[in-house]
Design a protein around this ligand. Structure first.
Ligand SMILES: Cc1cc2nc3c(=O)[nH]c(=O)nc-3n(C[C@H](O)[C@H](O)[C@H](O)COP(=O)(O)OP(=O)(O)OC[C@H]3O[C@@H](n4cnc5c(N)ncnc54)[C@H](O)[C@@H]3O)c2cc1C
Length: 310
């Protein structure tokens, strides 16, 4: 094996987080990190200075299946110790295909990565975050790194080595593209999140929570039913096990019951405050501060209190 830990993600931002995780693995394994690009070199890829450009697959978009095949072809020849991908939708698919192609272990959605030189260990949430499992894979291995779990690595000057992996036919056909709805948010970097749940009676009422979020210089999030079932907000607002994982300074849960699938996505917030009419709602167990009350009274009162302070 080559003593390298490879990093690949279709998202530059995620790749730079994965690079930080890869540093921890490389340190324990006395290896070094190499950022991998496929088809075209990204101008601003962050992380380690060492880079590898895999040429062959058609540019500019690389499907998870093609990424897996390109990485597998290169890995068979260059034999890295480990290949780390971001646990994005595409990254999860690419990693599982890649591990199967190489016949190696795959650790899914891990954080807290480390290495003893023989393999790597990672920590992953199970039972919706109630339990943290420690998992281990012998080298060579593949892993997907939990998005948002690591800070982004600092940009470094990059020299790229090229490797031609040959043409890879893409069996995925793109039938069309739609722009994401305007107003999409980056909840992962928000310092304050006001999050709406089923306690909100109708879509129009989200406006009072959006106003509160703006007044607090924060972003609007939601529980899954509001995006996935009701379609009141785009998917990227949905927080939890199947949505975004966030850790803002302040998370204000409004009309959210606090089922463990939701709590899994916000439990690492610095301060959690909740508004709920039900004093026994489980969200209060996960909260530092709780207001038992009707959001239609409490939220306007908070708005007035904030306005009075200005
Ligand atoms: C496999 C799987 C994955 C899932 N993943 C996620 C996920 O990632 N994220 C997620 O959020 N959910 C997820 N869910 C759904 C989850 O189990 C819950 O159903 C969901 O979180 C409930 O959303 P809620 O709290 O908004 O609604 P509810 O559980 O209906 O709670 C509404 C709350 O609002 C309160 N309320 C009512 N009126 C008012 C009022 N006027 N003022 C104040 N409070 C009021 C009620 O007391 C209640 O506590 C998942 C479920 C499954 C099965």
């Amino acid at each position: 094996m080559s003593g390298e830990v490879w990093v690949y993600s279709e998202s530059e931002a995620v790749a730079s987080e994965v690079a930080t995780a890869a540093d921890d693995v490389a340190k324990g394994a006395s290896a070094h990190v190499r950022m991998v690009d496929i088809s075209s070199l990204r101008p601003t890829t962050r992380g380690s200075g060492a880079r590898l450009l895999l040429k062959g697959p058609p540019s500019p978009e690389v499907s998870p299946a093609v990424a897996a095949e390109a990485l597998a072809r290169a890995a068979r020849e260059l034999a890295p110790l480990a290949i780390l991908l971001g646990a994005t939708r595409d990254g999860r698919e690419a990693a599982s295909r890649l591990a199967a192609k190489l016949g190696v272990g795959c650790m899914a959605e891990v954080a807290g990565l480390a290495s003893d030189g023989q393999g790597m260990t990672g920590e992953r949430d199970v039972f919706a975050g109630k339990v943290v499992a420690k998992v281990r894979c012998r080298f060579p291995a593949v892993a997907t790194v939990k998005v948002g779990a690591y800070p982004r690595a600092v940009a470094q000057p990059a020299d790229a080595q090229e490797k031609d992996v040959g043409p890879i036919p893409d069996q995925t056909k793109t039938l069309g593209r739609e722009k994401k709805q305007a107003g999409s948010v980056d909840l992962r970097s928000a310092k304050v999140i006001v999050s709406a749940g089923r306690g909100v009676k109708k879509k129009e009422d989200l406006a009072i929570l959006a106003e509160l979020a703006t007044a607090m210089r924060g972003a609007l999030g939601c529980s899954r039913p509001l995006s996935s079932d009701l379609g009141w907000l785009p998917e990227e607002h949905h927080i939890g096990l199947t949505g975004v994982t966030v850790k803002p300074d302040l998370y204000l849960a409004v009309g959210i019951s606090g089922q463990l699938q939701h709590v899994a996505g916000m439990k690492d917030s610095k301060i959690v405050a909740s508004i709920n009419t039900d004093k026994d709602a489980p969200i209060f167990q996960a909260s530092d501060y709780g207001i038992v009350g009707d959001l239609y009274q409490v939220v306007p009162a908070l708005r007035r209190a904030l306005a009075a302070r200005r």
